[in-house]
Every structure is written in structure tokens, then in C-alpha cells.
Design a binder for this molecule. Structure first.
Ligand code: NA7
Length: 535
């Protein structure tokens, strides 16, 4: 048993001040723990701080993509759009920080570079980019699932003398593309949102597409006073539904399997759910992620939609995905994406057939064509799920390196703890429901679990907790097994780390359902933290 005799600078070091870090600071300090928070951005917000590109918006409706911990906050805050855009979500997080006086717990503009556990004292030392250090009994990583930017090696990028902008590190003051010739590389969720907005501003827009994605409309609109009043009157029930649902959302489970109903009913159901928009579309049928035939029903529906919107048949064909079942990669959501390609100054370029060969000055050259551009927008994604934690040099007892430990893939117990790394918790960590659940709900569930665990340890006089290796192996294998029973493995996606050269292929998310997962976490806690060693 490690000695815990040295007095740390704080009880808990928190990495990140996004949805997760802010709530962790609130919850832990409410329970009387001292915390020291680190945030690389200059203010709170996490992904909503960095991703300020035009059109950045949440794909979940704001009434449930929000905190549930404060009924007063729920009643006081009003959203202007059903699906809020980045500035409003950032304002909300700023309001939460002010309201609960949370900024005082964080050092901003401070990236954590290393976290080292000392076996003798039982303490973590957390070091930031300036070399400053603090010691803490526990570390809670709230570093995010989509916060480590991927900057791919695109031929000639360094020779492009126009402006290069990453959607995930957008200038604080924004950019006006009026009268400009703009290129966008990347047609994932970020690229799609940016494209439909930039298309309406720029003089010319060239979209460099490597892989087409299935884009679902959300039918965004201003909020409706009547619906808002209903939400506010029923918030407890809505939140309870989120916490007991498979996706952390307040939706009813699918009514039927696509393959179990008549053609006419299938069609009517698809129309109905398409009309609801957004992720609700995937609740149309229960077998969409399990059966290729059922999935194909949905694909055909969206193919027909693309053909009906995009006037040029060649462009429509290029925009139609052909390499993955719908939903197995994160489907971008936007109301004006396909329409953008009907605008005369918007051009779709297939860089799968004719890759970018080089750049020079303002010229981008593919193996087939040349384009003169003033700015290039890179919407090229993230080293997701594990990237932000592995960007930190995490060392456990005996100098055990997390990077070495995860060299062949991440292993975690419930996505909360890691064997060999005591007193380290990850919020929405690898192999938890994370990005396939509604994030604020997943965040609150994890932070509440961690807070309860720390309070129980304090009560019972424990100073150290560590995931057991066999429990971790069982969980890690279970996560893979559950994913293997779905269609997800039929895609190359950031869920699998496929977008990062050399990253081991591993499904990083638990897809067995958020409610099942929450129940499992509950029973682990109730049974005295089974699968963890406490000392
Ligand atoms: P994504 O979904 O990873 O999309 C990245 C896009 O960038 C995708 O279209 C990629 O094409 C493209 N890409 C990446 N590298 C290259 C290179 N080297 N050349 C050309 N094209 C490239 O990231 P997003 O930011 O859009 O979305 C991430 C999540 O954030 C999103 O799912 C939401 O949850 C929020 P590819 O498909 O690899 O051919």
C-alpha cells in the first residue's frame, strides 16, 4: 500500500474546462474537495471555445444538450434556436461559469503536458507547458473526445501562401469571406456545416471531397414559446428519460424493425422521422445498426433525397456515399448542405480519384485541375477519443507510460479508470458511451460517479483506487464484442481511429446503450467498487 503522507496542493486536478471540466469543478467543490483546473484555451468552453467556424452548431437540440444539475439554471436559461449555434452554447457555458463562480478554479491558457504519479507519496504531479507543477491526490481528465486537432500532411500545404484555417482552431475574431475564393478540405460534420455557410458568403467555393458522407437535415428553427414552456414544466421527466435511454436523449425507442413492416409502413415511417430531423431519424427502426438490409432501406431513402435536391446528376452521384452503411460514421447534419451545390459558384472536386498533388502561392493543384484560392479551410478532424489524453505524458507508478500501455489500443475499465494508473479518472473516457450518447448527460453521469466514489473513499479512509487488470480486460473485450455485433465495423471512421495514420484500429466507444452502461456503473459503485482495488 502506498503511503499518502505528503500534503498535496489540492485534492483533485481537473484537466479541461468544457462541459465536463466545468461540471467536475462544480460538483467536487460542492462536496468540499479542493480542485485545481487547467484549460489550454483562454476561457471556458472546450470544443465550443475552439470550434468557432461559420455554421458551427450542435447536432442535439439544446433543451436536452444542456446541464440538468441545476433546476434554477434550467428555468432561467432560454435558447433562441432549437439546435443552438456555437456562440450561444459558448455563452451558456460562460453563464454557467459565472453563475457558479467556476472560473476561479481554472488556470486558462495553460496546457497540461505531463502527469506523473509518485508511488511513495501516492500523489500526482501535474505539469503545464510553462513548467509549473502542482500535486494532487486525484486527476480527473475532462480533456474531451474531440479536442486533439488532426493536421494531416496534405501535399504542398506549407507552400500555400493564402490563409490556412482549421475549423477546430478558428480565429477568435472570425473571418469574412465576402468576395473571396475559398477551398474547404474535409466533408465530415465540421466541413459540412462550414461549407453551407461559406457557400453563402464567398465569391467562389471549392469543396475538396475525399469521401462522401450521409448528411441529415435537422430542420433548425427558432425555439417555440409553447414548446419551451412545456419543456420547463416537464424538465425532471425529460432528464429522467435521457438518463434511462440508450442514447442519453429524451426519445422513445424505435417502434419496429424496418424488415418487419410493410413497404408502405416503412416509407411512411421514414418520411415521419426524416421530418423530425437530426439524430431522431435513426430512431425510425430498431434494426438499422444491426442489419445490412434494414440499413439499406435508409440509405436508399437518403440517396433519393440527394438526387431530388442536387440538380447536376454527376455532382449528386459524387455526394452520395458508397463506402459505409448510414450511421456507422458520424453523420453530418445540416439543412442547406446539398442545396449549396446548386449554387453556380460552388464546385465539388473529387480528390479520391484525383488527389491534391501540390500547392504553390495561391494555387492548389490536383492530379486533374488547378484552383486559385485566397483561403483554405481544413475541416480534417481530430485524433478522437484517446488523442487529448495521450497528448499528455501520463506516467503511473514506476514510470509506466500510458502511451506505451495504449500503443496497441486503449484499455480501460468502464472508460472511467485505467489499470496501472491509480487515482486517475477519465470523464467520457475511451470505451464509455461518450460520443454516441448525448454528451452533457454522459458527462454528468461520469462526474457524479467519480464524485460519489471520491466522497465514499474520503468517508471510509481510502486514499487510492485503481482499476483491476482483469476487470479492465473483461470490459475492453466486452466493448469490442458489442461493437462487432453491429454494422459499425463496416466503416473506417474516427470511432475506430482510422483517420489517424498508425493508430491501432479499435472501436473507442461502448455501444451497448447508455442506460445499460449507467446501470452497470451504478452496480459497481453499490457493490463497493467491484473491479477496482481500494487501499
Ligand atoms: P471528421 O469527421 O474526421 O472529418 C474529417 C474530414 O476531413 C473527412 O471528410 C476526411 O476525409 C477529411 N480529411 C482528413 N484528412 C484528409 C486528407 N489528408 N486529405 C483530404 N481529406 C482529408 O472530422 P469533423 O471535424 O468533421 O468531425 C468530427 C466530429 O466533431 C464530428 O463527428 C462531430 O461529432 C463533431 P475521409 O473521410 O477521411 O476520406
Amino acid at each position: 500500500m502506498a503511503a499518502t503522507n505528503r500534503h498535496p496542493d489540492c485534492d483533485v486536478a481537473i484537466i479541461g474546462a468544457g462541459f465536463a471540466g466545468l461540471y467536475a469543478a462544480y460538483k467536487l467543490t460542492t462536496l468540499g474537495f479542493s480542485v485545481a483546473g487547467f484549460e489550454k484555451g483562454n476561457d471556458v468552453g472546450g470544443v465550443w471555445y475552439w470550434n468557432r467556424y461559420p455554421g458551427a452548431r450542435c447536432d442535439c437540440e439544446s433543451y436536452y444538450y444542456s446541464y440538468s444539475f441545476s433546476p434554477e439554471l434550467e428555468q432561467d436559461w432560454n435558447w433562441s434556436l432549437r439546435y443552438s449555434e456555437q456562440p450561444e452554447i459558448l455563452r451558456y457555458l460562460g453563464h454557467v461559469a459565472d453563475r457558479f463562480d467556476l472560473r476561479r478554479h481554472f488556470r486558462f491558457g495553460t496546457a497540461v503536458t505531463a502527469a506523473t504519479f509518485d508511488d511513495a507519496s501516492g500523489l500526482w504531479t501535474v505539469e503545464d507547458a510553462s513548467g509549473a507543477r502542482i500535486t494532487a491526490r486525484f486527476v480527473v481528465s475532462a480533456a474531451g473526445c474531440l479536442s486533439q486537432i488532426q493536421r494531416p500532411a496534405i501535399p504542398g500545404l506549407d507552400d500555400f501562401t493564402g490563409e490556412v484555417l482549421y475549423t477546430a482552431a478558428w480565429p477568435q475574431e472570425g473571418r469574412d469571406f465576402t468576395g473571396k475564393r475559398v477551398g474547404v478540405i474535409g466533408t465530415g460534420a465540421s466541413g459540412v456545416q462550414a461549407i453551407s455557410r461559406i457557400a453563402r458568403q464567398a465569391k467562389e467555393l471549392v469543396v475538396f471531397q475525399r469521401t462522401a458522407n450521409w448528411v441529415i437535415p435537422v430542420w433548425n428553427a427558432p425555439t417555440n414559446a409553447q414548446f419551451d414552456a412545456w419543456v420547463k414544466a416537464n424538465y425532471r421527466d425529460i432528464r429522467a428519460k435521457c438518463f434511462t435511454s440508450s442514447g442519453g436523449t429524451p426519445f422513445d425507442p424505435p417502434r419496429a424493425a424496418a424488415l418487419a413492416v410493410s413497404d408502405a409502413e416503412r416509407r411512411a415511417t421514414l418520411e415521419e422521422f426524416w421530418g423530425m430531423g437530426g439524430i431522431k431519424f435513426f430512431s425510425a427502426f430498431s434494426d438499422v445498426f444491426a442489419s445490412v438490409e434494414a440499413n439499406e432501406v435508409m440509405c436508399e431513402f437518403v440517396r433519393a433525397y440527394i438526387r431530388s435536391i442536387v440538380k447536376d446528376p454527376r455532382t449528386a452521384a459524387l455526394l452520395t456515399p458508397n463506402d459505409h452503411p448510414i450511421g456507422t460514421k458520424r453523420p453530418p447534419m445540416d439543412d442547406a448542405y446539398y442545396e449549396s451545390f446548386n449554387l453556380p459558384h460552388v464546385k465539388l472536386v473529387d480528390i479520391r480519384s484525383h488527389p491534391i498533388a501540390g500547392m504553390s502561392g495561391h494555387t492548389v493543384t490536383t492530379t486533374a485541375e488547378r484552383f486559385e484560392l485566397d483561403a483554405l479551410v481544413l475541416a480534417t478532424g481530430f485524433d478522437a477519443i484517446t488523442g487529448a489524453l495521450l497528448a499528455i505524458d501520463v506516467k503511473g507508478p514506476g514510470g509506466r507510460s500510458l502511451r506505451d500501455e495504449w500503443a496497441k489500443g486503449a484499455g480501460t475499465y468502464l472508460g472511467l479508470g485505467i489499470a496501472g494508473f491509480p487515482n486517475l479518472f477519465t470523464v467520457t473516457g475511451p470505451l464509455s458511451p461518450s460520443v454516441l450518447a448525448n454528451m452533457p448527460v454522459a458527462v454528468e453521469q461520469h462526474v457524479d460517479w467519480i464524485a460519489r466514489c471520491l466522497a465514499t473513499m474520503r468517508e471510509r479512509g481510502f486514499g487510492r483506487i485503481e482499476a483491476q487488470r482483469d476487470a479492465q480486460s473483461e470490459w475492453t473485450a466486452h466493448v469490442a464484442q458489442v461493437a462487432d455485433h453491429t454494422l459499425y465495423p463496416r466503416s473506417n471512421s474516427w470511432y475506430f481511429g482510422s483517420n489517424i495514420p498508425g493508430k491501432p484500429r479499435q472501436f473507442g466507444v461502448y455501444v451497448g446503450g447508455f442506460s445499460n452502461y449507467r446501470e452497470r456503473c451504478e452496480s459497481v459503485a453499490q457493490d463497493g467498487y467491484t473491479g477496482f482495488s481500494l487501499s
